[in-house]
Design a protein. Structure first.
Length: 94
């Protein structure tokens, strides 16, 4: 991740990460070590529209980190949709 990345903090539910133009430099997904976690990031202010990132972290893993050398650009906003019992995630932006 870029050293100047910032975050809206650790989330455990669907959340609006930011509005307007954004750059996603990474995402950390956490499980409860039992249940699978899926995180979908939308270029929107709600869980609809253009999907810019989607990942599954198996419940057998504790965490999964995705770091993007070339940040994912959004124009409308960044909305995170998470599913899975005990799920948590942190989105890093530039």
């Amino acid at each position: 991740m870029v050293t100047s990345s910032k975050t809206a903090g650790r989330k455990t539910a669907d959340a609006l990460i930011g509005t307007g133009i954004g750059l996603i430099s990474g995402i950390l997904i956490e499980t409860d070590k039992t249940n699978d976690v899926t995180v979908i990031l939308y270029d929107n202010t709600a869980a609809s529209g253009t999907i810019v990132f989607k990942a599954l972290c198996p419940g057998t893993q504790d965490t999964r980190l995705f770091s993007f050398n070339f940040p994912i650009r959004t124009t409308t906003g960044i909305y995170a949709d998470v599913t899975g019992t005990g799920a948590a995630y942190t989105v890093y932006t530039v």
